[in-house]
Ligand binder design. Structure first.
Ligand SMILES: NC(=O)c1ccc[n+]([C@@H]2O[C@H](COP(=O)([O-])OP(=O)(O)OC[C@H]3O[C@@H](n4cnc5c(N)ncnc54)[C@H](OP(=O)(O)O)[C@@H]3O)[C@@H](O)[C@H]2O)c1
Length: 277
């Protein structure tokens, strides 16, 4: 895909990139963060991105991005969301040291916990607490510090949320709740930081082909074929990247506090389109 936007001179901080796995059944599967990273860099943006356990994947991503865009500055940083109270200030310090300014924060990192049954009370309290810490509290603290850092010259904040805000998933109550919290955070930040010209966008993603969905990918693909998703397929990480790049380009700076569904029509599909055998 050719460069579509001019992001030269811009700097982005993206959480959760570099996860990838080569599979026999589906080929190479990458996370949404990697898709966003590839598109931002391809369009001229400098990038600082975080990873946690995917050390090898993050280094490989960094090498590939640097080979494709040798003039871009790309900085991978290890970041544990569980330890966000210590890790967030260090991350903002790294941004200041490496780039001296910031135009965009993308809160992308996230995890899920699948309960043994359909019953929410089967979810252990410590798992729910840990999930909220990773998916919400880390993003909240990072957003506060990043907006404080960006507010003198304005910027952009993107929160990667989920269709679970409108459509609960079975067996993942805390996950859905964490994305509702992110939805609330997007509104709060849009309301306050608009006056500092920091534009806020929430992306409510449907089902994408990533490591998070890999354990159920065959089922999801089959369900798409049976009408579960009107477009008949799952989403690809680079499609999220293109939307983030457009937002950062300033092509529609009146878009602020918006929650956009990127779900192939999953959440508006008609009951009648389902094929039940
Ligand atoms: N895939 C979907 O269908 C879908 C749908 C809706 C929303 N989303 C959201 O999209 C975002 C990206 O997920 P994905 O689908 O791309 O899954 P993924 O491939 O599993 O990527 C998750 C990313 O989050 C990072 N992460 C997980 N736990 C972390 C922790 N404790 N500390 C720091 N980083 C951590 C991972 O880092 P390491 O690999 O380095 O550990 C990885 O980079 C998530 O917020 C997810 O909720 C995904």
């Amino acid at each position: 895909m050719p460069n579509t936007y001019d992001l030269s001179g811009k700097t982005a901080l993206l959480t959760g990139a570099g996860s990838s796995r080569q599979t026999e059944e589906f080929g190479l599967i990458e996370g949404i963060g990697s898709g966003i990273a590839r598109i931002l860099v391809r369009n001229g943006c400098d990038l600082i991105f975080t990873y946690n356990s995917s050390v090898e994947g993050a280094m490989k991503l960094c090498e590939e991005l640097s080979a494709e865009a040798p003039d871009r500055k790309i900085v991978p940083v290890q970041f544990s969301a569980v330890d966000y109270q210590e890790a967030v200030p260090e991350l903002i310090e790294a941004v200041a040291r490496e780039f001296g300014h910031l135009d965009l924060l993308v809160n992308n990192l996230g995890t899920t916990y699948v309960t043994q049954s359909e019953i929410p009370h089967d979810e252990p309290a410590e798992e729910a607490e840990k999930l909220l810490r990773i998916n919400f509290h880390a993003a909240y603290e990072l957003s506060k510090r990043a907006c404080e850092y960006m507010q003198s010259r304005g910027g952009y904040l993107v929160n990667v949320s989920s269709c679970s805000v409108t459509m609960p998933h079975a067996k993942r109550p805390a996950y859905g709740i964490s994305k509702h919290a992110m939805h609330g955070m997007s509104n709060e930040f849009a309301s306050h930081y608009g006056q500092h010209n920091i534009k806020v966008l929430e992306l409510q993603l449907g089902i994408f082909e990533t490591l998070m969905t890999l354990p159920r990918l065959a089922f999801y693909r089959e369900a798409c074929g049976k009408g579960a998703v009107p477009l008949g397929r799952l989403g690809y990480p680079k499609e999220v990247g293109n939307l983030v790049a457009f937002f950062l380009s300033g092509g529609c700076d009146y878009m602020h506090g918006a929650a956009i569904k990127v779900d192939g029509g999953l959440t508006i599909r008609s009951f009648d389109t389902l094929t039940i055998e």
